[in-house]
Design a protein around this ligand. Sequence first.
Ligand code: GRG
Length: 297
Amino acid sequence: MSFDLKAYLEAHRVIVDAALDRVLPSEEIVPVNLHRAMRYSVLAPGKRLRPTLVIAGAEAVGGAAEAVLDTACALELIHAYSLIHDDLPAMDDDDYRRGRLTNHKVFGEAMAILAGDALLTLAFRLVADNAARLADPRAVARVVADVADAAGTDGMVGGQVIDIESEGKDVGADTLEYIHRHKTAALIRVSLTAGATLAGGTPAQIDAVRRAGESLGLAFQIVDDILDVEGSLAELGKTAGSDVRKKKVTYPALLGLDASKRKARGLIDETKRLLEPLGPPAEPIRALADFVFERRS
Ligand code: GRG
């Protein structure tokens, strides 16, 4: 029987959403508005791809969801912080995200900045908390370093900077790939490796997952570029066509739609090839890779 991804995604969404609700500060606790703003964006309906990849990364090396749940939440908090800050007037100046008004539209710019800051900080607290669930808590130090690298100047923030600096410029394929690998792929890659590391994967297993995560992450952003051309506000939960409006360099702009789709498909096939040494336990990651290619939002 083939792998039931729909059931897998739904089961993990339930686990992750309950954990996010538990780890986020209550709206009853001071500073109330900050906590409201944090919960508003994180608990909005997202795909929960990164936390699901943390769990799938653990399962691929024989681990269990429960043992990596704090870190799974941490990756979703970092992702949510990046979305809040990316939507700010100083960056992409977007009004809609996850089918709702953006954070700064509801809570104001200062609170949106602070909510993002607090989510990033809480994320590292959660990775530290994960030590209590592990037989060998030393893996947490490795994961803190990897997550910091993936979120920082040699990862998401670095990619965002080059993205902003490239707007309206005639940049080539190398710069575009740098942006996508850093801005988006780094966090997707580290979601998989964090799960595999915490679950006690061998160096060879973690390396296979890392390389697969890099290909998957690049494919994810190419598909995101394609959806910005082909999708709608109703499907995406955010305004489509924003890349062209903001004069952003994208794969469809550089290669055309058909070649972009072929490139994304090739990267998904590569992801699966890189996962071969892990055998059947990596089946959820393979199914998630197909989902990344086929998604409409
Ligand atoms: C502001 C530090 C900083 C970084 C911003 C990741 C990022 C860098 C910005 C987010 C904006 C964006 C459109 C990024 C590219 C792709 C991406 C990460 C899309 C959103 O991820 P999904 O589709 O969203 O997984 P959901 O809502 O389903 O979780």
